[in-house]
Design a protein around this ligand. Structure first.
Ligand code: NDP
Ligand code: MG
Length: 396
């Protein structure tokens, strides 16, 4: 019998992390948890360690590590606790690891995800911000190490499933006309525009179809999530924004489509549950059970589509603009968005100011080429500083 694959789950305490552990627990003979990481929810991390008995856990501070290590000993576990970004990179690149699931939210996931890529691990990517920040360098690292990179983001996983195995030859060469990237439109798809000034973080996080972390929920409400996904798709499938059309599909049943030259459009459908793309990527090229209920088309009854309205969703236009500008622009977009979303969640700015702030900083910053990782982090730091200055002038 083959040995179970050893899996590191970066961001185990989050929404994608927990869905992944749910799938893994259904297949104990195929998968074994090697390492789990958390950031603020350390009680949950302890409970997950007790359940999955990993070899390593990673937390952000020495004090947190000491506490968790004591609690793990008391629970009779010999899990070793590591600290900080160094610890995250160690469990990503460890020689005993086969697969790394990258589900930390935001720029914090970039270095540990790249560490996994550089060590040649199979990488299942949820952390789209890492790719948005450093797409060219990230994909160069993927090619250099020959690692298998599989998209977990439901749209990109759907596109991957609708493409033939030789898609890396170029989408034009395999007869793809365009990618149709679907979006639910989020909770504010029909909210009267003047009311957007007054929407609360709770309303923004109440996604109609998906249950997700708070940052991506706000990104979905502003449609910056679709903007980030547009950039993510350009890198993953080596294409340009002009070949990607965003389609609002409120039911979130079709997770994306590929339109071919002969008029065929291939779609991947499923219930809106991340365990489907997670199970697909974990087992690829095989298929495993995920715990997701079969799709009931009769109860769904209809599938609707509409074009996105950019006056309602200016973040989508800004992301397209950053994608077209290339170089440092997507890293600036991502950094300012992270600061803006936090400020909105902290009730320091209003919802429409997320786009206002990004627009201003993006237009302030000249686009420069970024040919090494340190340059990406410099761009990220400078954009965050400008975003904070914007906040000190405009926030409550
Ligand atoms: P959550 O907020 O639920 O989880 C984020 C995870 O990252 C948690 O484990 C959190 O730890 C950890 N984390 C947060 N900040 C840091 C940091 N600075 N350093 C190390 N770890 C950190 O987010 P989601 O699971 O919803 O999303 C994770 C990623 O997956 C995002 O990039 C998102 O865009 C992407 N994604 C999510 C989807 C979803 O359905 N949720 C769908 C497609 C993509 P703790 O909780 O302990 O603080
Ligand atoms: Mg998505």
């Amino acid at each position: 019998m083959t040995q179970p694959q050893q899996i590191t789950v970066l961001g185990a305490t989050g929404s994608v992390g927990l869905s992944t552990l749910d799938v893994i627990a259904r297949h104990p003979s195929r998968y074994k948890v090697f390492a789990l990481t958390g950031f603020t929810r350390l009680d949950e991390l302890l409970a997950l360690c007790v359940r999955h008995a990993p070899q390593f856990a990673v937390v952000p501070t020495t004090a947190g590590a000491r506490q968790l290590q004591d609690d793990l000993h008391a629970a009779g576990l010999d899990t070793r606790v590591l600290v900080g970004e160094g610890g995250l990179c160690e469990v990503s690149a460890h020689p005993l690891v086969d697969t790394v699931l990258a589900a930390i939210v935001g720029a914090a996931g970039l270095r540990p995800t790249l560490a996994a890529v550089e060590a040649g691990k199979k990488v299942l990517l949820a952390n789209k911000e890492a790719l948005v920040m450093s797409g060219a360098l990230f994909m160069q690292a993927v090619r250099r190490s020959g690692t298998v990179l599989l998209p977990l983001d439901s749209e990109h996983n759907a596109i991957f499933q609708c493409l033939p195995g030789n898609y890396a030859d170029g989408l034009g060469a395999i007869g793809v006309r365009r990618i149709l990237l679907t979006a639910s439109g989020g909770p504010f798809r029909e909210t009267p525009l003047p009311q957007l000034e007054h929407v609360s973080p709770e309303q923004a996080c109440a996604h109609p179809n998906w249950s997700m972390g708070r940052k991506i929920s706000v990104d979905s409400a502003s449609m910056m999530n679709k903007g980030l996904e547009l950039i993510e798709a350009c890198w993953l499938f080596d294409t340009t924004p002009a070949h990607i059309e965003v389609v609002i599909h409120p039911q979130s049943v079709i997770h994306s489509m590929v339109d071919y030259l002969d008029g065929s459009v291939l779609a991947q459908l499923g219930n809106p549950d991340m365990r489907t793309p997670i199970a697909h990527a974990l087992a690829w090229p095989e298929r495993i059970e995920s715990g997701v209920a079969p799709l009931d088309l009769f109860s769904i009854a209809r599938l609707d589509f509409q074009a996105p309205d950019e006056s309602r969703f200016p973040c989508l236009r800004l992301a397209r603009q950053a994608a077209q500008a290339g170089g440092s622009a997507p890293a600036v977009l991502n950094a300012v968005n992270e600061i803006a979303v936090t400020a909105f969640l902290d009730r320091r700015i209003r919802f429409p100011e997320i786009a206002g702030m990004i627009d201003e900083v993006l237009n302030l910053e000249p686009v420069v080429a970024v040919s090494e990782l340190e340059a990406v982090f410099e761009v990220d730091a400078k954009a965050r500083a400008l975003a904070r200055q914007w906040l000190s002038r405009n926030a409550r």
